[in-house]
Design a binder for this molecule. Structure first.
Ligand SMILES: [Zn+2]
Length: 292
């Protein structure tokens, strides 16, 4: 596994920063869901952000969910990440194909459409934390920047990019999140704003062969960067036949009985990784016996 996330601080901890290389993560998602190029780009951007926002959480069992509900042909994106760099996700319509935008690039904004971004953090408390913003550009990175500013009151710069090969596989994917701490000096904020203004798109940077470290060095040009952590990241789904079986038990005797009466095997799909789980009539009867 070559994908990883780095954590760094700069300017005497006035700035905290994350960067990720997620090429394999996004390619694994593409293969699992057989996504079109624009769907791969959109899902890849949100997976990359999710992976980084996941490791920002402190608790071992914390779970982050990023949900885009929007009117575009992509029919929304859902991404879930844990605090150990594991991330998974899917789009509503993986086959969407739309014309390139006026820059000749994959038109993620039009595929996503107008809508909202939900950020849900389950940190084991009674109520999960939840923040919601209206999508600003539907390009995802800008929408997350807006979310951080409005919902978490943390001025941030977010860059995300997915670069495709001609055969529609993922060539490179990655991104960064840079955040200004509340005690940051004017000078630091101004310098960072200047950097963000002049930086090229993440896709262009990835094209130049940047690593997560050098990506941050580009964004934080002129700052003293201290890399404090490096964690592997991957597309990982925790579903299993046992888990699906538990879900079947939870639907209750009546529905299970109906399935058995049909006399056909039942196929259940995990949305997150697109794995199908097949249960024979015999297995369904066995599950029924476990029901109270
Ligand atoms: Zn799964």
């Amino acid at each position: 596994m070559s994908d990883y996330i780095v954590r760094a601080t700069a300017a005497n901890s006035q700035v905290r920063a994350f960067a990720a290389v997620t090429t394999e993560t996004v390619e694994t998602a593409r293969k699992a869901h057989n996504t079109s190029p624009v769907a791969t780009a959109a899902l890849g951007r949100l997976l990359t952000a999710g992976a980084m926002m996941g490791v920002m959480m402190k608790g071992d069992k914390d779970i982050l969910t990023l949900q885009i509900q929007a009117s575009g042909p992509l029919e929304g994106i859902t991404v879930t990440a844990d605090s150990q760099g594991r991330v998974k996700g899917y789009v509503g319509n993986p086959e969407v194909i739309i014309p390139a935008n006026d820059k000749g690039k994959l038109d993620v904004a039009s595929a996503v459409g107008i809508g909202i971004l939900n950020v849900i953090k389950d940190m084991g408390l009674k109520e999960p934390y939840s923040g919601q913003v209206v999508l600003q550009t539907s390009e995802i990175a800008e929408d997350l920047t807006y979310y951080f500013a409005v919902s978490e009151q943390v001025p941030s710069a977010v860059g995300l990019g997915v670069l495709m090969n001609k055969d529609n596989t993922v060539q490179q994917a990655g991104g960064f999140i840079v955040q200004v701490m509340p005690f940051a000096e004017e000078e630091t904020i101004a310098k960072l704003e200047e950097n963000v203004q002049k930086i090229q798109s993440v896709t262009t940077l990835l094209e130049q062969g940047h690593t997560a470290e050098s990506l941050l060095e580009a964004v934080l040009d002129g700052f003293d960067i201290e890399f404090t952590d490096k964690v592997p990241t991957e597309f990982y789904c925790n579903c299993s036949k046992e888990r699906v079986e538990k879900a079947l038990i939870s639907i209750g005797r009546k529905d299970l009985n109906e399935m058995i009466q049909e006399g056909k095997e039942v196929e259940l799909n995990c949305h997150f990784c697109n794995t199908n789980y097949v249960f024979s009539v015999e297995e369904l009867k066995e599950i029924l016996r476990k029901c109270r």
